[in-house]
Ligand binder design. Structure first.
Ligand code: CP
Length: 308
């Protein structure tokens, strides 16, 4: 079976550090990588909406000299006729050298990887995980802070359904001296399975609070997230919780001068646009780094699969 990436734990810490090194080299010397993937084809297979992840995968492959195929949406693919994920990836393996897949069901990318003849990269599976967003997050944090060890990381918002949060906790729990501050409404706390596997098992210190202003002064990283409307069972709960946290310049007055503010985007209302001018806001840099991290990951997997 070829190697696929379903979560960040499929990559060792050394491999993640190496991918960031490669991405940084790609940023500095893009022309040297412009033909790395000549003749290769990436298929994007997205069963859920996306702007960043889909376009950054496509931009990444085009920047490496490869090409891209995709269906406009799940509705216009044979998934709408009832074709299974297993059959779909078997078919796409005949057309493409690598697949980036997003699906609304947790575990769908894992199933796809079992049946695919080419590497599958999980581009987000339901409320489970989103490893390439985490690669973008880690690249941003390392560039802003010079490393990961010893940081106090605040995660704020929808920590229950926010798959980027789950992947980031999994990834950062493997570095020394990390402390997490989990800031959410009671109903949107980090799921027990993430706490058990990543935090309790490794004795990583963490606190759970509901008030952002109470803890903002302690944080080195503040990772804001959107309340995930599409995963709620009823609209009333979403409407009650959607504006639980809105980061404003006033709230940032008590934050550290070298705080780094991240957000996987899309943003709805949880960071005021007035914060965008603050030098601590990193979320648009994070988008750019995501493209280079995906370039590095595509290259690595295609090499390992013997296609480059
Ligand atoms: N961050 C992220 O996954 O954005 P998209 O949903 O636009 O891909």
């Amino acid at each position: 079976m070829v190697r696929s990436i379903i979560d960040t734990t499929d990559l060792s810490v050394e491999e993640i550090d190496g991918l960031i090194d490669t991405a940084e080299d790609m940023m500095e010397h893009p022309r040297e990588y412009a033909h790395t993937c000549d003749g290769m084809i990436l298929s994007t297979l997205f069963y859920e909406p996306s702007t960043r992840t889909r376009l950054s995968f496509e931009s990444a492959m085009l920047s490496l000299g490869g090409r891209v195929i995709s269906t406009p949406s799940a509705d216009s693919s044979s998934a709408s006729k009832g074709e299974s994920v297993a059959d779909t990836v078997r078919v796409i393996s005949c057309y493409a050298d690598i697949i980036a897949m997003r699906h609304h069901k947790e575990g769908a990318a894992y199933v796809a990887a079992q049946y695919s003849a080419v590497p599958v990269i999980n581009a987000g599976d339901g409320g489970h995980c989103h490893p390439t967003q985490t690669l973008a997050d880690l690249c941003t944090i390392r560039r802003e802070k010079g490393g990961f060890s010893g940081l106090t990381v605040g995660l704020c918002g929808d920590l229950k359904f926010g798959r980027t949060v789950h992947s980031l906790i999994n990834a950062m729990s493997r570095y020394e001296g990390i402390r997490f501050v989990l800031i959410s409404p009671e109903e949107l706390k980090v799921p027990s399975y993430v706490k058990n596997e990543s935090l309790k098992k490794k004795n990583i210190p963490y606190t759970q609070v509901t008030d952002l202003e109470e803890v903002i002064g302690e944080l080195d990283i503040l990772y804001m997230t959107r309340v995930q409307r599409e995963r709620f069972f009823n609209e009333e709960d979403y409407l009650r919780l959607k504006d639980s946290y809105i980061l404003t310049p006033e709230k940032l007055r008590s934050a550290k001068k070298d705080l780094s503010i991240l957000h996987p985007l899309p943003r709805v209302n949880e960071i005021s646009v007035k914060v965008d001018e603050d030098p601590r806001a990193c979320y648009f840099k994070q988008v750019l780094y995501g493209r280079y991290m995906r370039m590095a990951l595509i290259t690595k997997l295609l090499k390992e699969a013997g296609r480059l």
